[in-house]
Write a protein that binds this ligand. Structure first.
Ligand code: PEP
Ligand code: MN
Length: 376
């Protein structure tokens, strides 16, 4: 939600008026006039949608898939505006798209995940958009790279565009996952710390790729203080020409929005504030103990490294590492701490232990962990 330092932009103004997450919904693709209008009417009836989305030019991974109807869909979106009063947004990927969409009076544009990856394409769009004053949403790049996402926002800012928002739609990874695109929540949070003035929206449809995941992903986004949601909806989802498995009817979307719990950023209840403060102070003490324990452990690592050096023994001792990786999560489970969390923590501790030992054995400083990868 908006903060005191928030600049006055299209999105922040709407957020301030609404004082609730912005809701963007519509079909993955505009397919026919009837489908677009049926979706828009269904959404209008929900009474809480802020922006109608539809893909007009569809970037598809392989040729031969439905690539959108193109400019033929623009008059249908004008009709949506005229009939429902909803502002409309489409994806633009080329200066030509921008030109056509501006002529058709499209209110808001978004840059898709496959375009954000390409700085040449983003720069061309920034140049085409300069001076138009059109609000632009920037989806994260398909690959888990915050710098590219940030770079796209910077290119638009340098072109003088101020009405910006970021959309988190998940990242492609090789790792098997229940998600279509891994959410890797650390990355949008990192973007938010770098661009606190840019509202952040979540696109649970492309993260989940499945209808049953929309609610839990959307809930998590709201709990992480996202400013809005973008969701795909279709009057007959099973027959959608693109992304059928992740689309729901406007009526089902209404139920999902109803089931979401909208929580506050804080509370002015004195009991809550006192108790939260007390628990945070106890956590400070616990954290100090954790850091002290890490200091003790790393001092032992250093001592062991000196002995290895004296005896010309290699750093990596796979059997010892296997034992640690097996026992620590077991200890965690007995203490009701999540085993996977402790296993991940020990991967980091092991990396740091190897780094420290490398320093001792070779007598040269070695860089620490600089970057948390997509697994975290
Ligand atoms: C879309 O929103 O329809 C779309 C193509 O999304 P993305 O660029 O996130 O894949
Ligand atoms: Mn889609």
């Amino acid at each position: 939600m908006t903060t005191t330092a928030t600049p006055d932009t299209y999105f922040t103004r709407r957020l301030a008026v609404k004082s609730a997450p912005l809701l963007i919904a519509g079909p993955c693709s505009a397919e026919t006039e009837a489908q677009v209008l049926a979706t828009a009417r269904g959404l209008r009836a929900l009474g809480k949608i802020d922006l109608f989305r539809a893909g007009v030019w569809k970037p598809r991974t392989r040729p031969g898939a439905f690539e959108g109807v193109g400019t033929a869909a623009l008059p249908w979106l004008q009709q949506v505006k005229a009939e429902t009063g909803l502002p409309v947004t489409i994806e633009v990927a080329t200066p030509r798209h921008v030109e056509d969409a501006l002529k058709a009076g499209i209110d808001v544009f978004w840059i898709g995940a496959r375009t954000t990856v390409n700085p040449f394409a983003v720069q061309e769009l920034a140049d085409a958009l300069a001076g138009t004053g059109v609000p632009v949403m920037v989806k994260n790049p398909v690959n888990p790279d915050v710098a590219l996402w940030a770079g796209a926002l910077e290119r638009l800012e340098r072109a003088g565009l101020r009405d910006l928002a970021a959309v988190h739609r998940g990242f492609s990874t090789f790792a098997p996952s229940k998600y279509r695109n891994a959410p890797t929540w650390m990355l949008p949070i990192e973007l938010k710390t770098r661009f606190p003035h840019v509202p952040l929206f979540c696109d649970p449809s492309h993260i989940g790729g499945r209808r049953d995941l929309l609610l839990p992903i959307a809930q998590k986004a709201l709990d992480l203080d996202y400013d809005g949601l973008m969701l795909e909806t279709h009057p007959d989802p099973d027959r959608a020409l693109s992304d059928a498995e992740q689309q729901v009817t406007p009526a089902r979307l209404g139920e999902i929005l109803q089931e979401l719990k909208y929580r506050y950023r804080s509370s002015d209840n004195a009991d809550y504030l006192n108790k939260a403060e007390e628990l945070r102070q106890k956590m400070d003490v616990a954290d100090r103990e954790i850091v002290e324990a890490l200091a003790r452990r790393m001092a032992l690592v250093e001592e062991l490294a000196e002995y290895k050096k004296e005896n010309n023994v290699k750093i990596l001792q796979l059997d010892r590492w296997k034992e640690i990786f097996h026992t620590r999560p077991e200890w965690a489970e007995k203490l009701h701490v999540n085993e996977t969390f402790v296993a991940e923590l020990y991967k980091l501790i092991h990396i740091e232990s190897i780094r420290k030992q490398t320093e001792v054995l070779n007598g040269r400083p070695v860089d620490g962990i600089q970057h948390l990868g997509p697994g975290l």
